[in-house]
Structures are given as C-alpha cells and as structure tokens.
Unconditional design. Structure first.
Length: 122
C-alpha cells in the first residue's frame, strides 16, 4: 500500500477506477451465468459424446494395465491446448488408467464442443 491513506484524493480516483472495473467484470459474469443453462442444455451427455455406456466409461477409468505415462499423454496434446507447458498438475496426480481416458475425452471434446478453444480468440 502507498504512503497515502485511504481518504487521500489520489487513492479515491484509483479506488473508483478499480470499483468500476469490478462492477463491469461482475456484470459480465452475471450475463455468462444467465446464458449458462441454455448452453448446457445444448451439450449432449458425456456418454453420448464418447459413444460409450456409463459402465464402459467407469471401466476405462479403473483400468490400469498397459496405460501410457503422463508424459506420453501430454505429448499427444496439440500445441496451445491446456494450461501451460508440460503436464498439468492434475495429470501428474491421476492414475495411468485415468490419464488415457483423459486424453481420449479431451480429443473427442475438442472435436465436438462449439465455442472458443483455450488460448484462442473468443
């Protein structure tokens, strides 16, 4: 915090600017939340998108034999997809069976979901 106190004229203007930005952000978030139910209703269920039964999905999640490592799964991801370079913290903590399913789900969702891609323009 600066040497000027909260009641100083210089801090009032910057506080007002920050509050205006927060109000705009909150307004945008409210609009997004309002649109969310209609967007979610248009997305088919996960089992339908994967063309798998719920039982098959659970089986794949629990299968551990012959699974790729986290590095192999992350190396298959296209550039610009994910949260940064290298394996995401989530993938480091997943068992190998879940990593393979995660890669499959990501690939199929990329092909099927409308809207912006991570790291891309809106």
């Amino acid at each position: 915090m600066s040497a000027a106190g909260p009641g100083q004229p210089g801090t009032r203007g910057s506080s007002r600017a920050v509050l205006n930005q927060l109000e705009e952000l909150l307004s945008d978030m409210k609009a997004d939340v309002t649109r969310l139910p209609s967007m979610l209703s248009r997305i088919p269920p996960v089992a339908a998108r994967l063309q798998m039964s719920e039982r098959s999905i659970l089986s794949r999640l629990t299968n551990r034999a012959g699974d790729p490592t986290a590095q192999q799964v992350c190396a298959q991801a296209p550039a610009g997809w994910g949260w940064g370079r290298g394996p995401a913290p989530l993938t480091r903590s997943l068992p190998p069976g879940r990593l393979r399913l995660l890669a499959d789900v990501q690939q199929q969702l990329r092909a099927q979901l409308p809207g912006p891609r991570p790291g891309g323009a809106r």
